[in-house]
Design a protein around this ligand. Structure first.
Ligand SMILES: Cc1ncc(COP(=O)(O)O)c(C=O)c1O
Length: 463
């Protein structure tokens, strides 16, 4: 009997299904990358051999590739990472905050920022960003909200998510200005916005703002391989600190496949970026005239390459719509109760989206309509730091009996990787009601076991 290869089997099954990827990675099964590169990819799986430099302390071709990227984006330095924006954000936060410091985070912060808080022993101060009650889509941080929180927080840095997973963009210039006036560093999680700077008609890239560090998942809407990201540092005085922090969260054997894909993506963006962007925008425009796209209830633009279909407006659930898309050969990036999110990238054109139009036209409506469920409630009170909770004694507790306990681990949905509960927070009735309603509708959460248990802080003698 041949040895089992469950993951390889699953990948082969997926590939055979021939679905068109309206999801990341943005190279779209290699369409956006040079054929000569894709065809000999395996040969580039090398390591720190003579002449190939060393990501830990680069001085040869990796250093040069990083310099060329910094020049293209007009920043003081760009650092490559093969551990995604996850590593880039952790490094940026650790570079901008002292150990034991305070960081302002939007409610919809990615879970990597939790990891940064654990590593840096940081206290998060949350800004409860508005959630659209009709679609449950989180909007962004506003300069006004930030000003209020900044006044009393004593924070060392601010993180903004721009654009959000759903492509919502906000007043990032205004946020930068608030940070500048307060003399506080702004880190922008632009994981979903590598392509933004190529679009002169906006929304703008946060590279044009007062941000100190901008982190982009080049593998999401750029053309790099999964896990490849870059960290743009605008403030020269931070470069060595971000470098040192990045070393803490990178393998000493970074993948040359990923590193080379960053170099190639930069070269393509430099040479052909504006043309590829125009081509992708034309495809997006075509789809926008057919699909009922979500428009956030606020005055800011959204990313035109992030197509969020408002399933609720069609009288169906996001889950149903995504399943019908799959049946018609289209794989979406993400669905939730009321919407389906599709990713267009620099590799897409009008031909690649033709199948989506045809698929959408064939989708039958559901007579029952989408179920109604409570929207994500505010976070519970943070009574200890994420690090204290992470290292405290823990015990399992049935979810429905966990009210009032301190969470010892995050409860998160993937995608989009936004925690509903952070370690160190009190679990509230509203959160339990929300989780129960979503689980009843089939949603899965990391941090809730198959037995329906969460980890809470165990009571200790001195409590
Ligand atoms: C808003 C946001 N930030 C950061 C990340 C982490 O990015 P990466 O997958 O490159 O580590 C993600 C991942 O989905 C994300 O959605």
């Amino acid at each position: 009997m041949r040895p089992q290869t469950p993951l390889w089997d699953a990948l082969q099954k997926h590939i055979i299904s021939g679905l068109y990827p309206f999801h990341v990675p943005g190279h779209k099964s290699g369409r956006g990358l040079p054929t000569s590169y894709v065809n000999s990819l395996i040969n580039y799986d090398l390591t720190e051999l003579s002449g190939l430099d060393n990501l830990y302390d680069p001085s040869g071709p990796i250093a040069r590739a990083q310099e060329l990227t910094a020049q293209l984006f007009g920043v003081a330095a760009t650092l490559f990472t093969t551990n995604g924006s996850t590593a880039g954000l952790i490094a940026a936060v650790l570079a901008c905050c002292p150990s034991g410091g305070t960081i302002i985070l939007p409610r919809n912060a990615h879970v990597s920022l939790l990891h940064a808080c654990v590593l840096g022993d940081l206290s998060p101060v949350f800004v409860d960003v508005e959630i659209d009650p009709y679609t449950e889509i989180p909007l962004g941080l506003t300069p006004e909200q930030l000003s209020i929180v900044l006044e009393s927080s004593g924070a060392d840095a601010v993180v903004a998510v721009y654009p959000t997973y759903h492509g919502v963009c906000g007043d990032i210039r205004g946020i930068g200005e608030v940070c500048r006036q307060a003399g506080i560093r702004l880190i922008v999680d632009e994981a979903h916005g590598t392509h933004l700077y190529l679009n002169p008609s906006g929304p703008v890239s946060s590279l044009c703002t007062e941000a100190s560090v901008v982190v982009q998942s080049t593998h999401k809407t750029g053309l790099a391989l999964t896990g490849a990201a870059w960290v743009h540092i605008k403030d020269q005085s931070l470069v060595q600190r971000v470098k040192a922090s990045l070393r803490l969260v990178q393998s000493t054997s970074p993948s040359y496949l990923l590193l080379s894909s960053l170099d190639i993506t930069r070269a393509i963006m430099e040479e052909e970026g504006p043309r590829l962007m125009r081509r992708a925008l034309a495809a997006a425009d075509k789809l926008a005239s057919i699909l009922p796209l979500y428009k956030p209830p606020w005055p800011y633009r959204s990313d035109p390459l992030r197509l969020v279909i408002n399933a609720r407006q069609l009288g169906i659930s996001g889950q149903y719509l995504a399943a019908r898309f799959l049946a018609h050969g289209v794989a979406a990036e993400m669905f939730d109760l009321y919407s389906v999110t599709l990713v267009l990238s620099l590799a897409d054109d009008e031909d690649s989206v033709a199948g989506l139009t045809a698929a959408f036209q064939q989708i039958e409506r559901q007579p029952t309509g989408p179920p109604l469920a409570p929207v994500c409630p505010p976070l519970g009170q943070q009574v200890m730091t994420p690090r204290q909770a992470h290292f405290s004694p823990k015990r399992s507790c049935k979810l429905e009996q966990s009210k009032g306990f301190i969470a010892a681990e995050a409860v998160t949905t993937y995608p989009p990787g936004i925690p509903v509960v952070w370690p160190g927070q009190i679990i509230t009735t509203e959160i339990l009601e929300y989780l129960a309603s979503r689980r009843a509708l089939g949603a899965e959460f990391s941090g809730i076991s198959a037995q329906g248990e969460v980890l809470v802080r165990a009571e200790v003698e001195n409590d």
